[in-house]
Design a protein around this ligand. Sequence first.
Ligand code: ZN
Length: 135
Amino acid sequence: MFCKQCAALTRQLQHDPLAEPRAELLTGSCIWTDERCRDWCSECTDKVRELFHLRYQITVGDSVPAEAITYFLELERWFPNWPFFRPERRSPGIADKIRRMVRHNTKRTCIAIERMDREYRKREADQTQEHRTNG
Ligand SMILES: [Zn+2]
């Protein structure tokens, strides 16, 4: 999963009891602030995105292929102290909260994109109008 360098970085990540989950659009999941490392290489960062999504699916009870679960548990054996694997962060008890956070975030982003799109179209239309007036 991780390259040698990023594996070492991941082993250094420490649990922060005050860390809070945040919905993250790219991964379609929630990520706690102490689980991520800024210095991961881009390749490992990409792989971790899939892993965050996998944990989301496990937490909310989506159906996940058996080999994905095996992979997840195997990785947990390699990085037992990585805060990402803390059992309470994938417990069924937080499933509703996590699902709501991700849905809310997706919805909010869609609304923002629609608004940007409307503004862009309006600007385009205004410019066309201006050209007509000038010409
Ligand atoms: Zn790496």
